[in-house]
Write a protein that binds this ligand. Structure first.
Ligand code: SAM
Length: 220
């Protein structure tokens, strides 16, 4: 059984608070049975997963187009979509059983998210996103290599990292730069929602043609 919804959920999710609780129930039930969430995560679904994911909304401007890379069970993408109905959100995930799950969640919650099956580095993934999110998907340098080409110039990768944020940022700085990223910043968000707050590495895609990462654009 998941713990009951914390008080902060009502303010954060507004008229979607019931759907957020339903998402937590789905994760704790079917999600766990189908191997999308480990049994040990059930008791901490709210704080460690759903609130921690929705906290990313603090870093995203109104009306942005957001691609969540490696959504898995729907984190952070589904939580973000529930908290921020002003955003246009797409979920990208390579594993069929996970995209099936994500589509089911979107249908049950009547959530206007697009679900795409694929890998971030596939040339068929659409580009020009304002924001790309990724949580527990890959080390920072590799993630930047996949995601910089998916962003519009000036767009931002929000990589949700834990205690490893600082180490990854300094270790992978060169790789991030080579991928077309600049201005690595480490921020905390969700301090009023979760303890500890979420640690996020923000990488902006450089502006300017000379700096454009080599990647074929897909016409949409
Ligand atoms: C550890 S899980 C994290 C899932 C979710 N983001 C979360 O925080 O619970 C990593 C996810 O990234 C996906 N993934 C791995 N490589 C990927 C790639 N190249 N492009 C997109 N997703 C990828 C996996 O299929 C898996 O669902």
């Amino acid at each position: 059984m998941p713990p009951p919804a914390p008080e902060v959920a009502a303010g954060l999710f507004g008229n979607r608070a019931g759907d957020a609780a339903r998402f937590v129930d789905m994760l704790a039930g079917e999600g766990m049975q189908r191997g999308l969430i480990g049994p040990r995560e059930v008791s901490r679904l709210w704080d460690r997963h759903v609130l921690n994911s929705a906290a990313l909304g603090e870093l995203i401007a109104p009306g942005c187009r957001v691609l969540d890379v490696g959504s898995g069970a729907g984190l952070p993408g589904v939580a973000l979509a529930l908290a921020r109905p002003d955003l246009t959100i797409a979920l990208l995930e390579p594993m069929a059983r996970r995209t099936t799950w994500l589509q089911e969640v979107a249908t049950v919650l009547d959530l206007p998210v697009e679900v795409h099956r694929g890998r971030a580095e596939d040339h068929t993934v659409s580009t020009d996103w304002d924001v790309v999110t990724g949580r527990a998907v890959a080390p920072l340098g590799r993630l930047a290599g996949w995601c910089m080409p998916l962003l519009r110039p000036g767009g931002q990768l929000l990589a949700v990292k834990g205690a490893s944020a600082r180490e990854e940022a300094s270790r992978d700085r060169e790789e991030v730069y080579r991928a077309g990223g600049c201005g690595i910043e480490i921020v905390e968000c969700g301090a009023s929602l979760v303890d500890p707050p979420a640690t996020v590495v923000i990488v902006s895609r450089r502006r300017g043609d000379a700096d454009r990462p080599a990647r074929r654009r897909k016409d949409r």
